[in-house]
Design a protein around this ligand. Structure first.
Ligand SMILES: [Zn+2]
Length: 373
């Protein structure tokens, strides 16, 4: 027996967002009635859209577009929002009516990011880099900002969205041919996959659809057994004065714990005696990665560091006081002019940890909260 229930979703049934103007009404068995949170409803609707071969036109028309330039890769942000005494920056979101007049094919150059907190479709759109476009937005505070620097200034949620958008935009640009047959791939509604329609691949359904790759990377905050200090490292490619956590790609056959122990041994010559999972994060730079964050413990901060000079420029132990001072410097950047961001200072001494949008920053904050609060 069926009953009619408003705003209840049966687990195996998907809703038709954007395809219908009728209210969301689902049918289900009385015993299977299950109230779902707005989060679940939003995720289910987003999933339904991502699986479409073609996104409904209304999706674009109702959507918000976050704008990126490709060369150089920059993102359009706004400044001047005051939150908790700190000037926050946020992503600029434009409507379809605006972006459709900018001389780019919106459907060809955008990727679908999912539904926002108000269930509005969110897109990332790539446009030519041109500061004169600012006039079109009618927003004097909007400006293009390098995506890495934007992580210093955006909220954690918007940093994450920026990272997702960069990975998807790059993948859509680079993934042109099917790796199995060489046929041109077809964009599927600007979502997170592409389709091969050649006869040879169509006969093998598993090979037909291609998804963006995500490479796992282990990253660890290394401390001594008594948690008195933290070991950070810097590579030559890091911003001047920046030290961060040890990280490296997983090798075939490794667990994340194996990876953490191996990377610490390779890079600084220390033996990890204990690992603990802390948090994970997607990271788009320079390519799509899943960062798996751990706390790694070594016996003592007095053990001699043996640096892998091929990979690293420096490695050192830092006290909680030094870490807090560097975190304050990074936070304070949000309240200064963009020209003051790291990169303008020529120094290799410790001044910065990674920005709040990076998992290394979260691991350092986690360690301070847990062991030095
Ligand atoms: Zn193919």
């Amino acid at each position: 027996m069926f009953c009619k229930v408003d705003r209840v979703i049966l687990l195996h049934k998907t809703s038709q967002f954007c395809n219908s103007s009728s209210p969301q009404i689902e049918y289900c068995f009385p015993n299977a009635i299950r109230r779902v949170s707005s989060y679940v409803e939003r995720i289910r609707r987003g999933q339904n859209l991502k699986e479409n071969v073609k996104l409904p036109v209304k999706c674009y028309e109702n959507g918000n577009f976050i704008l990126f330039s490709q060369k150089p890769r920059k993102v359009l942000v706004q400044k001047g929002i005051q939150m908790n005494k700190i000037k926050q920056f946020r992503l600029t979101r434009e409507k379809y009516q605006v972006v459709s007049t900018m001389g780019v094919n919106v459907k060809e150059n955008s990727v679908f990011l999912g539904l926002g907190s108000d269930s509005e479709p969110q897109f990332a759109l790539e446009i030519p880099y041109d500061e004169s476009l600012m006039d079109k937005f009618g927003n004097a505070s909007a400006r293009f900002l390098g995506v890495r620097k934007s992580l210093f200034l955006l909220s954690e949620a918007e940093s994450s969205l920026t990272s997702q958008a960069c990975s998807l935009l790059s993948w859509h640009k680079q993934k042109v041919h099917c790796p199995d047959c060489g046929n041109l791939l077809i964009n599927i509604g600007c979502t997170g996959s592409k389709l091969c329609t050649s006869e040879s691949c169509s006969s093998h359904k598993l090979n037909k659809r291609h998804y963006p790759p995500i490479n796992p990377v282990g990253i660890s905050i290394v401390s001594d057994e008594l948690n008195t200090k933290v070991l950070l490292v810097r590579q030559p490619s890091h911003l001047p004065g920046m030290f961060t956590c040890i990280a490296g790609f997983l090798e075939v056959g490794e667990s994340v714990e194996d990876n953490i122990r191996r990377e610490v041994a390779e890079e600084v010559g220390l033996d990890v005696i204990k690992t603990e999972y802390v948090a994970s994060q997607h990271w788009a730079f320079p390519a799509s990665r899943l960062m798996l964050g751990y706390h790694a413990t070594v016996k003592s901060a007095d053990e001699k560091i043996s640096l892998d000079a091929a990979e690293l420029e420096d490695a050192a132990w830092f006290t909680p006081k030094q870490l807090r001072e560097s975190l304050e410097r990074v936070t304070a950047l949000a309240d200064k002019e963009l020209s003051m961001l790291p990169g303008s200072e020529e120094t290799s001494s410790f001044r910065w940890v990674p920005p709040k949008g990076a998992l290394a920053n979260k691991l350092i904050c986690w360690w301070l909260d847990r062991f030095d609060s």
